[in-house]
Design a binder for this molecule. Structure first.
Ligand SMILES: *Cc1c(COP(=O)(O)O)cnc(C)c1O
Length: 403
């Protein structure tokens, strides 16, 4: 294995970190498509189960193809350890199952990924875990909601889909003062744009389906943090409670995707910035939500904690939902699809798609309007994306009267 030290840059680490020599000398690591691993003798099997000897046992507990991307992600994040799961929801669910129990209380961002909201508000409530959904962009709202049984603060920043920015460092200080576990969903940034662990979070969680894999061909998740916490998630929430294990083949694809993470992120962000510039000049746009805009509410905090403003954009059209529907039906190059972080630019309607798990009242409270459109800027030529949007705007003339 290439010794991975802080001296290597991000792009070097995303290629080399975690790579283990294989017996054939293959440059690209083989896929260890094996459910179980053979012990030399009874003593070795017993030692591995007792945790007294390193080595693989059974793929639900770990696999070499998975281990390579775990070492890589931990290196990129500057974290002690990482684990991969079968999906982002698998990572979030395994984390919650590991550290919470009946009677506990959690403070969560009110704007989170739709299925995260459903897991918390419906799934975990069934087991007697209580949630306060608060505007975590305001730290005093967090402090006001801390109760004697509060165990965790869970945030998403930038939040899906409104791009709300919460201050990771300030919230980490509150969490540690009150002895609370602090978890950040860092899916929209990846460690290339934002490093929650270095900013004081205990754990970062990811949908690796998105930018980390980046090619729209895998559903996967991940978590990073201190070794003992990652070990606990692996041995409790993942091994016994959810069984949400990534397959060796998917781990192989994620490894391939991760080797170009920094290149892809730079291009995603460039394209997003050009799209935002274009949207600013378009009279049919009511409001743009983008952390790189100086007049965006979260701009100052985003500047402080993100190295670049990301490639997710949300915007509201004059003409609300009817205009939004017409617009997403009119684009030709952009794909009308949920998910994000792929080579293809994706466009979707949160209120009826990714966030349809929210009730009407919760949507309102979270500031997700009926007209909101979310775009994941892909890797195409920006000019082509802008031309596509321009022709879709032209088709809105029947919906939004030109003034
Ligand atoms: C997609 C997503 C998830 C869920 O991940 P899956 O891989 O689809 O299970 C969680 N958080 C955020 C911010 C997401 O965008």
């Amino acid at each position: 294995m290439v010794p991975v030290t802080k001296e290597y840059g991000f792009s070097t680490q995303q290629i080399h970190a975690g790579h283990l020599k294989n017996s054939a000398g293959a440059l690209t690591s083989p896929i260890y498509q094996s459910s179980t691993f053979v012990f030399d003798n009874a003593q070795q099997g017993a030692n591995r189960f007792a945790g007294e000897e390193d080595g693989f046992i059974y793929t639900r507990l770990g696999n070499p193809t998975e281990q390579e991307i775990e070492l890589k992600l931990a290196a990129l994040e500057g974290a002690e350890a990482a684990l991969f799961t079968a999906s982002g929801m698998g990572a979030i669910s395994a984390t919650m199952h590991t550290f919470l129990q009946s009677g506990d209380h959690v403070i969560s961002s009110e704007v989170v990924y739709g299925c995260t909201h459903a897991l918390f508000d419906e799934g975990l409530r069934k087991y007697g875990i209580d949630f306060a959904f608060v505007d975590t962009t305001k730290t005093d709202a967090i402090v006001k909601n801390i109760k004697p049984n509060t165990k965790m603060i869970y945030i998403e920043t930038p939040a899906n889909p409104t791009l709300d920015i919460s201050d990771i460092q300030a919230i980490a200080a509150i969490a540690h003062e009150h002895d609370l576990l602090f978890v950040v969903d860092n899916t929209f940034c990846t460690p290339y744009l934002q490093r929650p662990i270095e900013l004081g979070a205990d754990l970062a969680v990811y949908s690796a389906t998105k930018y980390i894999n980046g090619h729209g061909d895998v559903v996967a998740g991940a978590g990073t943090g201190k070794q003992d916490m990652i070990d606990q998630i692996r041995m409790v929430g993942l091994k016994d409670m959810t069984g949400s294990v990534i397959s060796p083949f998917d781990a192989f694809l994620v490894n391939r995707g991760m080797k170009t993470l920094s290149l892809r992120m730079d291009r995603h962000v460039q394209n997003a910035q050009k799209i935002v510039e274009f949207l600013e000049s378009e009279a049919k746009v009511q409001q743009i939500f983008y952390p790189g805009n100086p007049n965006f509410a979260g701009y100052a905090v985003a500047q402080q904690q993100m190295s670049q403003p990301g490639a997710m954009i949300a915007f509201d059209l004059k003409g609300g939902r009817a205009a939004g529907e017409k617009f997403i039906n009119s684009v030709e190059l952009m794909s009308l699809a949920v998910s994000l972080g792929d080579a293809e630019t994706l466009i979707e309607h949160p209120a009826s798609m990714t966030h349809s798990t929210y009730s009407e009242a919760d949507l309102k409270q979270a500031g997700i309007s009926q007209g909101l459109i979310r775009v994941s800027a892909g890797l195409e030529d920006a000019a082509d994306l802008i031309n596509d949007m321009a022709q879709a705007f032209a088709k809105l003339d029947t919906v939004i009267p030109v003034s």
